[in-house]
Design a protein around this ligand. Structure first.
Ligand code: ADP
Ligand code: MG
Length: 213
């Protein structure tokens, strides 16, 4: 499903070279839930962005479904990402002036795409958001915000969800919930790659790995 062969990233910063990610190998199969651990600065976000078709590695090869994503041109790669990958971040990244429904449907040009309305409704019920549909992000708890971000990532049922410290801003109870939803997603055939410095998340994963640079 996802294959990294000796993937690395060297950032050029002023006169310096920063080895953010060093020669990572990874093989992820469909239905697996990966927790990738590393301390702050170990290259977790860099790794996730390269898997997510958002950051070209300096060397190595990233394949998703046997497709070498960095041989696609920009437009093809953007389309590939939109079709196949959902993202969840520590900071949620919801649009402040849109309500819950609109945030979840953001990639479907808001309400213009009726096909996703019923999927949105069942997701919000499943995630316990059905009574918050007209709230804006500032009117939600942190746990609710992350569940909105989950619904947004899951709406298209992408085969791959990438999560960058998804529990970083949540208390224990909300962290457990989010991890449980991610685990449920993999049990129904999705694939999740999560990077986190929170080792207690490992117990939800099928596979774990440590990275350092
Ligand atoms: P993590 O997510 O594990 O905290 P990052 O992948 O964000 O780590 O960063 C890895 C290293 O690369 C850090 O030392 C960071 O300062 C550096 N870094 C990250 N992004 C850039 C960038 N765009 N330019 C230069 N250095 C960067
Ligand atoms: Mg990070």
């Amino acid at each position: 499903m996802v294959s990294l062969k000796s993937v690395g990233k060297v950032y050029k910063y002023k006169m310096q070279e920063i080895n953010a990610l060093k020669a990572i190998d990874l093989e992820v199969n469909q239905g697996e839930f990966w927790a990738i651990n590393g301390r702050s600065g170990s290259g977790k976000t860099t790794m996730l962005l390269t898997i997510g078709a958002m950051l070209q590695p300096s060397y190595g090869e990233v394949k998703i479904r046997h497709r070498n994503i960095y041989t696609l041109n920009d437009k093809e790669r953007t389309n590939f990402r939109k079709e196949n990958i959902g993202f969840i971040f520590q900071m949620f990244y919801l649009i402040p002036y849109l309500n819950v429904t609109e945030n979840i449907m953001i990639h479907q040009q808001l309400r213009s795409d009726g096909n996703y309305v019923s999927a949105m409704r069942s997701l919000t019920e499943q995630l316990g958001l059905e009574h918050r549909l007209l709230h804006r992000p500032s009117e939600l708890s942190a746990g609710e915000k992350q569940r909105v971000a989950l619904a947004r990532a899951m709406l298209k049922k992408p085969e791959l969800i990438l999560a960058d410290e998804p529990t970083g801003n949540l208390d224990e109870e909300n962290s457990r919930q989010v991890l449980q939803y991610l685990q449920d997603y993999t049990k129904s055939g999705g694939t999740v790659i999560m990077v986190t410095h929170d080792r207690s998340a490992n117990e939800y994963a099928t596979n774990t790995m440590n990275i350092s640079n």
